[in-house]
Design a protein around this ligand. Structure first.
Ligand code: FAD
Length: 388
């Protein structure tokens, strides 16, 4: 078999890329390890920032893939139990969405498949080969046991942090830079309507967040020590901790349907390409979830890569592909800086047992500056919208 681009992984990066290429008349095959049902149910992020929404509009996909409550230029904070709404100043028209990641994924799959895209689920033992040759291949096994190989011009590694694409690059090629924040989030999904569309609490018991996921489900986040275990968090303890950190009762406590621990970390691999393999999204970088930028960075990479492939294939201009890694890394580091700042601020301002009183006072001063300085307010707004 032959195609122009083999895309490994059908998360947001792989599916957005597949749709951009398909719309531009460039052949591609998407290989996904899991079943369609599994991928469409996997719950994760919930914010499509205005930059990503604009990108879907530019590719002519906004009407078909964007869904959910509009992204208002307001953030709701609760500090020591007091509500502190924050409105940022922006000159741009902002049109992001609160949209569960699995809803975006479902829309992207529907559009890709109904437009004739080639998406193969349950592709096992995917193996990229001959990455530095003129025509690499991707080998995989179908569920039936049949092994196939697809030759291509480019491989897009969109298979997340634990995928095979980055792992297929020889050991001494990439650098890995990382930072551990020293705490985790207990992420909880409940069949309950949240008190607020979104709310983030700064409290001396630690950070807490709550986000509506549709009318009858909510996501809650609780800062907790790295060495805690999910088993230590009985449902009653979770509700008690949420109410203590928000300083208000949760009005609808439904069944808790999932609990996971996520250690907060930042990671960047460089360069984001090797031979004819290009890394996109979580395969190349992880940002802490406090920033709500992981999915948006993945979409940015898909935008840059699709544009670069178009330039190469339609105009024989290799420039943008050669610059792909540098272009993305510049953007990624800008958002890693933002993510680290906002993560430190929201956690250090609360529980002093992690980083002490001095860092708490600094974080509180930075928080107040967002309200007192229009310059600080605007910069924060630029990062929230992704429009800088
Ligand atoms: P993924 O979505 O991980 O997709 C990778 C795909 O590759 C998957 O479908 C996987 O099954 C497939 N795959 C893996 N290995 C193979 C293989 N060997 N062969 C074939 N296929 C393979 N981001 C935000 O922007 N906003 C948020 O609010 C936000 N909140 C988050 C909250 C939590 C709790 C977590 C965990 C993450 C959050 N993120 C958020 C991050 C966001 O979910 C990720 O950054 C995003 O999913 C990255 O997209 P991706 O396409 O790169 O990778």
């Amino acid at each position: 078999e032959n195609t122009t681009v083999v895309i490994v992984g059908s998360g947001v990066a792989g599916l957005a890329l597949g749709n951009f290429l398909l719309r531009s008349g460039i052949d591609c095959v998407v290989l996904e390890r899991h079943s369609r049902e599994y991928v469409e149910r996997r719950q994760r992020a919930g914010v499509i920032d205005p930059r990503a929404a604009r990108m879907f509009r530019e590719w002519g996909l906004a009407d078909r893939v964007l869904d959910g409550a509009p992204f208002a230029p307001v953030l709701n904070f609760r500090v020591d139990g007091e509500t502190r709404p924050f409105r940022y100043v922006t000159d741009d028209h902002v049109d992001g969405r609160f949209c569960p990641q699995q809803v975006l994924v479902r829309h992207l799959i529907d559009v890709f498949v109904s437009d004739g895209g080639d998406l193969r689920f349950e592709a096992e033992d995917v193996e990229p080969e001959d990455l530095t040759g003129p025509r690499p291949r991707v080998r995989y096994r179908e569920r039936t046991g049949v092994t196939r190989a697809i030759a291509c011009d480019f491989i897009a590694g969109c298979d997340g942090d634990h995928g095979v694409s980055r792992a297929s690059i020889p050991g001494n090629v990439l650098t890995r830079q990382s930072h551990e924040y020293g705490y985790a989030w207990l992420t909880v999904l409940a069949d309950a309507s949240a008190n607020h569309q979104s709310m983030m609490a700064i409290h001396d018991r630690g950070f807490a967040g709550q986000f509506a996921r549709g009318p009858r489900a909510s996501r809650f986040y609780l800062q907790c020590p790295l060495d805690t275990a999910v088993e230590e968090w009985a449902d009653d303890r979770i509700w008690e901790e949420i109410e203590a950190r928000f300083g208000e009762p949760v009005t609808a406590k439904g069944p808790i349907t999932s609990k996971t621990l996520v250690p907060l970390r930042s990671v960047v691999y460089a360069p984001m390409s090797y031979g004819r393999l290009y890394l996109l999204g979580d395969a190349a970088h992880i940002v802490p979830p406090m920033s709500a930028k992981g999915m948006n960075l993945a979409l940015h990479d898909a935008d840059v890569f699709a544009t670069a492939v178009l330039k190469q294939v339609k105009e024989q201009d290799p420039g943008p592909l050669e610059a792909y890694s540098a272009t993305c890394l510049k953007h990624v580091w800008n958002y890693q800086a933002y993510a680290a700042w906002f993560t430190d601020l929201m956690h250090d301002a609360g529980d002093v047992s992690y980083h002490g009183e001095f860092r708490r006072s600094l974080a509180r001063a930075e928080f107040e500056r967002l309200y007192d300085s229009e310059t600080a307010n605007r910069l924060f707004g630029e990062f929230l919208t992704g429009l800088n």
